[in-house]
Design a protein around this ligand. Structure first.
Ligand code: NAD
Length: 499
């Protein structure tokens, strides 16, 4: 029997149509334990995306203003890749994992069994409205769960389309969709789920975690923040600038792991700024407004927020700076050199096509800059110097990291994706999804004969005490590996001292 909570609650008028009990029953009845059934669900999800790709892409373009190729790459293609990866490895990733048993418990065997958690709630943001709703769903289904999807209200066409398409491909005892904004999500969060995957802002992440605490529901929080990039003079400035411009200006900077700002050493500063200006021209032409490869800002509120960041930053505008609310909330790809560190531009998550470049003395100062702030979702290091790369790897923490490029760690199917600290908790994608959305049950099997437990049953006469004392003897003996451990500690200390 899979692990799944009961306690049906009345969903209330805001959640009309939601039937959580039906979703719970599917898991509790054991139908999703079979891998064939899970593969069927994943195949149905794949068909939904493939058969309606054009409609989906049109809805995303209309809601978010992304160029068509970008939508295909980052929404539908990414989702299908994830489904295929899960299907290809489902047997191996879900198989019970035998573990060893100490001699004191023999004869016995032990294993870790992955069980469906139950009903998973997926709450998605607007910036990748399909991928960030359907890839967590794929993981939840692969792990044998059922799910409720809550698309973002900021992308109403995508929400309406998925509300129509999901029931055409997946039955309501497996997946249901709830639409709406804050009131509906608040009502949804009052219900009892077995896992919640939330992708969105750090502030709302706290709201979700508070609501989940009421039911002790585990959460995966995929949040945001300011993801830094460090650049020194050891890599080709043109390559670095092109990669940074691509990572930053994809989806007009509305990407959770886009480089939020750049830390640059004094020697690398001028070549990088010149190369960034050239990269913007090469990608989007002399007037980026006319480029069909540049996305738009999702709505007037975010446009005005970005225009606010363009005022009073105290830095030098190297390229860009233009904006036009009437032209589908246009904000030009913008590079700003050395803004005031206390300006909102350097305090808030930018989430738009504005790239501040801040000069730091060296890698050490870059590390200190990063460490003085919340743990970012992503960190990028552009340096050919092994020592510099190692310093960032060892002395900073972030959800993920790519060395030599932005964004790419999210694309590698076997790398778990998630944040740490203020940028989130838990991780998913591929195997990590199956792990995250499963309960890991420890199972030990002890045969009835011989009854080796007889030694611990009372009464405890002298021979039993002697036998138990002998078994426990290693506790009192000095640790035979102590010298080896001490030597290891000393070696690590010396390495740290020399780095
Ligand atoms: P958001 O937090 O405003 O909204 C996300 C979801 O939460 C939406 O479905 C919305 O309906 C719901 N919501 C909003 N306010 C709520 C409230 N008070 N109570 C309950 N539910 C509420 O985020 P957004 O603006 O849609 O997305 C942008 C943010 O998401 C950025 O911070 C970005 O970095 C982050 N993000 C993170 C990832 C990641 O994978 N870590 C991916 C994309 C975006």
């Amino acid at each position: 029997m899979p692990y799944v909570t009961d306690e049906p609650r009345h969903a209330g008028p805001l959640l009309a149509g939601l039937d959580l009990e039906r979703l719970r029953h599917t898991v509790r009845s054991g139908t999703t334990l079979g891998l064939d059934r899970r593969r069927e669900h994943l195949a149905a999800l794949r068909r939904l995306v493939v058969e309606h790709e054009d409609e989906i892409n049109a809805a995303v373009t209309a809601d978010v203003g992304k160029p068509a190729l970008e939508v295909r790459l980052t929404e539908t293609w990414t989702t299908v890749q994830e489904i295929d990866h899960l299907v290809a490895h489902l047997d191996r990733w879900t198989a019970p994992r035998p573990v060893s048993v100490p001699v004191t418990l023999q004869p016995a065997s032990a294993r870790i069994q992955l069980q469906p958690k139950g009903v998973v709630l997926v709450i998605a943001p607007w910036n990748y409205p399909v991928q960030l709703l359907l890839t967590p769903l794929a993981g939840a289904l692969a792990a044998g769960n059922t799910a409720v999807l809550k698309p973002s209200e900021v992308t109403p066409r995508v929400a309406a389309l998925l509300t129509r398409l999901v029931p055409q491909h997946l039955p309501p005892e497996v997946v249901q969709v709830v639409t709406g904004g804050v009131p509906e999500t608040t009502a949804l969060l009052e219900q009892r789920f077995d896992h919640i995957v939330f992708t969105g802002s750090t502030e709302v992440g706290k709201v979700v975690m508070r609501a989940a605490a009421e039911h002790l529901t585990p959460v995966t929080l995929e949040l945001g923040g300011k993801s830094p990039a460090f650049v020194d003079a050891t890599m080709d400035a043109d390559v670095v600038a092109r990669r940074l411009a691509w990572g930053k200006f994809t989806n007009a900077g509305q990407t959770c792991i886009a480089p939020d700002y750049v830390l640059v050493t004094p020697e690398a500063r001028e070549p990088l700024l010149t190369a960034l200006e050239e990269a913007v021209r090469a990608f989007f032409g002399a007037d980026p407004r006319t480029s069909t490869d540049l996305g738009r800002i999702v709505n007037g509120r975010h446009h005005d927020r970005l225009v606010g960041l363009l005022d009073g930053h105290g830095g030098e505008v190297v390229v860009g700076g233009e904006h036009d609310a009437q032209d589908r909330h246009y904000v030009a790809p913008t590079v700003i050199a050395d803004p005031d560190p206390s300006s909102p531009l350097m305090q808030e998550e930018i989430f738009g096509p504005i790239l501040p470049v801040v000069t730091v003395a060296d890698a050490e100062a870059g590390v200190e800059f990063v460490r003085a702030r919340e743990h970012p979702l992503a960190l990028y290091v552009f340096s050919s110097d092994e020592q510099v790369r190692r310093t960032f790897e060892q002395r900073t923490t972030s959800g993920g990291m790519t060395i030599g490029a932005p964004l790419l760690h999210i694309v590698a199917p076997d790398l778990p994706f998630g944040g740490v600290g203020a940028s989130g908790m838990g991780a998913y994608h591929g195997r990590a999804s199956v792990e995250e959305f499963s309960h890991h049950r420890s199972v030990l099997v002890k045969p009835g004969t011989p009854d080796t437990l007889g030694v611990v049953y009372p009464p405890h006469p002298g021979w039993k005490r002697a036998a138990i004392t002998r078994l426990m003897a290693p506790l009192r003996r000095p640790d035979p590996l102590a010298p080896v451990r001490a030597a290891g500690r000393a070696l690590r200390g010396r390495r740290r001292g020399s780095s």
